[in-house]
Design a binder for this molecule. Sequence first.
Ligand SMILES: [Zn+2]
Length: 150
Amino acid sequence: MKKEANSRLEHDLRNTCTHESAHLVLLKKFGGCGSIEIIRTYENKPEEKKFVGRVNIKNIASDLRKKSIIGAAGYISEFIRADIEQDSGLDEDDAFNLFNVDYDELSETDKKLTVEITYETFCEAFNLVKKYWPEIEEEANKQFQKNKLS
Ligand SMILES: [Zn+2]
């Protein structure tokens, strides 16, 4: 396989690992538990994702606010990772732009969890993802290593 193709794969895998780890870390912070599953899609179209991931949730808080935060965390974490990589200085003002983004970009599960999210709750999710970033990254690295060769 060409080097370029490899780095695209690794980039996509890392992104998926980060997204799912953000869901999982916040799920655990709210007393829930679950495990991450990542699947290679073997999608040939260049614009399509090479991996899909999900968190198999064993239990989740019934609280709508907490569910919304867990649901939004994956999406938010992708922007925080990109921000760290590019050192662009994402701050709370950017949360507003993220909140107003096209919700069609979200997966069906994420849409279901966040369907009634308010801006206030979204900002809370944004700040929690930043706060727990070291744990999210640690989990993402673990998932990355686990799925790299498969
Ligand atoms: Zn998600």
